[in-house]
Design a protein around this ligand. Structure first.
Ligand SMILES: *[C@@H]1O[C@H](CO)[C@@H](O)[C@H](O)[C@H]1NC(C)=O
Ligand SMILES: *[C@@H]1O[C@H](CO)[C@@H](O)[C@H](O)[C@H]1NC(C)=O
Length: 500
């Protein structure tokens, strides 16, 4: 690298998403005299608004796009550099931007996020949805669409199929049930009738388009094979989540109905075999649906043998960490999922380089009740904690792993129900000796508790159950609940009183 005048900052943060912006805010407010730079390509940053701490670990917030000038007004010692990063040289502690400039750092935090895994890289009929930008493009194209195919089973697919109206949706999921990253087949069946019903007029779900990793973690996969309740015969990699209660055998398959505005049909346990444009399709002998006589811009053939014509395909099959520009020329430890490995201080394997949010993989030994999921909640927590670690290390102060990494917790809305996930909510990584208690009232609530050796280790709460704080406490204090037996979920007993 040519020696020339290089502006050096105490702290440089790369990425204008939730992790990067939270990290910058934390650094700037904790060390107001420090030179901080945020390097981000776009003119807008993503800001956390309406933050609300609901309990010790549960938090809710909205995400808003704002001009980056808002950050600079708030923090006069912050420089915002509008460019993408071309390369990083960890030895000389320098970042090169796409516009050819170099910036030095004492400490760097990489928060470059992830990008959608696309089914097809350059097919104009395949749309990957990752954030608000791509969601806007999606809405534009949706206005002329009669039928779309959604591929994927993560959070973004769940939100999409519920939100889309006035257009047929074919939803291809590779699992036996919908949403299996978030809940088991029982909870999925609780939610499915909502897809058939008209959306309540008052429903204004928070627009929080978000994906999560699609693949069950190796840990989760072990769970199924060890799980005595799981349905037999399925391979570990296709069925996620733990046990089903005895009432959950009947598979409910959604059929589009003429009188409702939402028409979703789910194709279970299938992936994409092939995508044709109409021209390819007409000259190919591959069978279409026999009833289909119309011509469509694009056709998708699924591994279950069915082919559907549609206006476009939405690829919602997860993301890959955006780590390439940083890896080249350096010796980062990279996790199997492509993320930069970070330790319990959000430090990568390169000195003075931290990472937070979707680009990183938590490689420290996790608390038994926590797992990484690439959700906005964790992007905020990691960005915030990385900022604190950078500031602490810069002043050689000790810092301990933050409490938010003790217990996994997440609150969201799916299909207009409040959904709270706590701890090993899907039995992730548990031994075969775990037990489940389920309580479900159709159209009202679904409550599942995971017990291991009499202790609560996880819970799924769908609906207005009002149980999250009590259960969070029971999980955190690991009290032996054996004496309470099934009364734990007895709707006629107020558990809160029980444990006060
Ligand atoms: C910016 O940094 C300088 C020192 O570098 C400090 O004197 C000043 O107070 C800082 N500004 C704010 C708003 O904190
Ligand atoms: C199918 O298309 C052909 C010509 O393209 C037309 O004659 C026929 O009526 C169509 N059939 C149906 C069921 O729409």
């Amino acid at each position: 690298m040519e020696e020339k005048e290089v502006k050096t900052f105490q702290f440089v943060v790369v990425g204008g998403g939730i992790a990067g912006v939270t990290c910058v805010e934390q650094l700037s407010s904790q060390t107001p005299c420090a030179d901080v730079a945020l390097i981000t390509a776009g003119p807008h940053i993503k800001a956390v608004t309406n933050y609300r701490q609901m309990s010790r670990t549960l938090e809710e917030f909205d995400v808003e796009e704002q001009p980056s000038s808002i950050l600079q007004e708030k923090f006069p010692n912050l420089s915002v550099i509008h460019s993408a990063v071309r390369s990083l040289d960890t030895k000389s502690h320098r970042v090169q931007t796409a516009d050819g400039r170099y910036f030095g750092y004492n400490k760097l935090c990489i928060c470059s996020g992830g990008r959608p895994k696309l089914l097809s890289q350059d097919n104009p009929h395949v749309l990957g949805i990752r954030d608000t930008d791509s969601a806007q493009e999606f809405q534009k194209r949706l206005s002329n669409a009669r039928r779309i195919v959604v591929v994927g089973n993560g959070g973004i697919a769940l939100e999409l199929v519920y939100e889309v109206e006035g257009c047929d949706v074919i939803w291809a999921v590779k699992d036996k049930s919908i949403g299996n990253t978030f809940f088991d087949a029982g909870a999925a069946q609780f939610l499915i009738p909502s897809l058939e019903a008209d959306k309540p007029a008052a429903a204004a779900p928070c627009k929080r388009l978000r994906y999560t990793t699609e693949e069950p973690t190796p840990e989760a996969a072990q769970t199924f094979t060890a799980d005595r309740h799981s349905r037999g015969g399925s391979s570990a990699s296709t069925e996620s989540g733990s046990a089903l209660g005895p009432d959950w055998h009947q598979g409910i398959i959604l059929k589009g109905s003429e009188q409702v505005t939402r028409r979703v049909s789910v194709e279970y346990q299938c992936e994409v075999e092939n995508i044709f444009t109409s021209k390819d399709h007409l000259t190919s002998s591959q069978g279409t649906h026999r009833h289909e006589n119309e011509s469509w811009p694009v056709y998708i053939q699924l591994t279950n043998g069915k082919t559907f014509g549609c206006d476009f395909i939405v690829s919602a099959t997860g993301v890959v960490p955006n780590s390439e520009p940083f890896i080249n020329g350096n010796t980062f430890a990279v996790a199997e999922d492509g993320g930069l490995c970070v330790d319990d201080h959000m430090l990568t394997s390169e000195p003075d380089v931290y990472a937070a949010g979707d680009v990183c993989t938590a490689c420290w030994e996790h608390s038994p009740l926590w797992q990484q999921m690439r959700l906005w909640t964790q992007a905020r927590q990691m960005g915030w904690y990385a900022g604190r670690c950078m500031a602490a290390h810069a002043s050689t102060q000790p810092i301990e792993l933050d409490f938010c990494f003790e217990l996994f917790s997440h609150v969201t809305r799916f299909f207009n129900y409040k959904v709270v996930l706590l701890g090993k909510f899907n039995g992730q990584g548990l031994e075969r000796d775990h037990e489940l208690l389920v309580r479900c009232t159709k159209g009202h609530e679904y409550v599942k508790v995971i017990l291991s050796r009499g202790r609560m280790v996880g819970a799924v709460l769908i609906g207005e159950t009002d149980l999250e704080e009590t259960f969070e406490n029971l999980i955190l204090n690991q009290m032996d609940l054996t004496p309470y037996g099934e009364d734990l979920l007895n709707p006629n007993i107020d558990i809160e009183d029980y444990f006060d």
